[in-house]
Design a protein. Structure first.
Length: 174
């Protein structure tokens, strides 16, 4: 299995540990993002890299790491066909695969330590999608059609920064 992994500078050290863990387990790793823990790197660019790799089929699944995991997971989830689960423990990682069919795992390097991160990664790759049998099918709803309201391949749905359309960033808040 091919795994894309990327992080901002806050997740750099954790990413290096996770890469070693994945390689020891026999995964092929596509590494991206920050080049060090001290040189600033945007979580937006890191999230885009992982999401694009998974979306294009270059990678089977992905791992996205930033300080909290929040920002990078939001970026990943802007991409069509991406289901990024933000997890803080092993149970959440298992459930995001089993019940939500997540294809990217996200977590915060400032939130979880290496042992929890390794346990989450292992669960994420060991688990398959298997919605509970006792839940009616309509709870999950029909699968998303190919043409949906998400962004086209390789693009983000909305600008990530700046004032809302029609407002200048110099106008006072009402």
């Amino acid at each position: 299995m091919i795994v894309s992994i990327a992080s901002d500078h806050a997740g750099y050290d954790m990413r290096q540990l996770v890469i070693k863990h994945l390689e020891q387990k026999g995964f092929e790793v596509l590494d991206g993002g920050a080049v060090s823990a001290t040189e600033r790197f945007s979580y937006v660019e890191a999230g885009q890299k992982v999401a694009e790799d998974v979306q294009s089929g270059k990678a089977d699944r992905g791992i996205a790491i930033c300080g909290t995991g929040i920002g990078i997971s939001m970026v990943c989830n802007k991409f069509k066909g991406i289901r990024c689960g933000l997890c803080n423990n092993e149970y959440m990682a298992r459930m995001c695969r089993q019940h939500n069919n997540a294809n990217i795992l996200s977590f915060g390097a400032r939130v979880v330590g290496p042992e929890i991160a390794f346990a989450m990664v292992d669960c994420f790759f060991d688990e398959e999608f298997a919605p509970p049998e006792n839940v009616p099918e309509d709870v999950y709803g029909p699968p998303l059609p190919e043409e949906d309201d998400f962004s086209p391949a390789g693009e983000i749905a909305e600008p990530m920064y700046g004032p809302p359309a029609g407002l200048s960033d110099t106008e006072p808040d009402a």
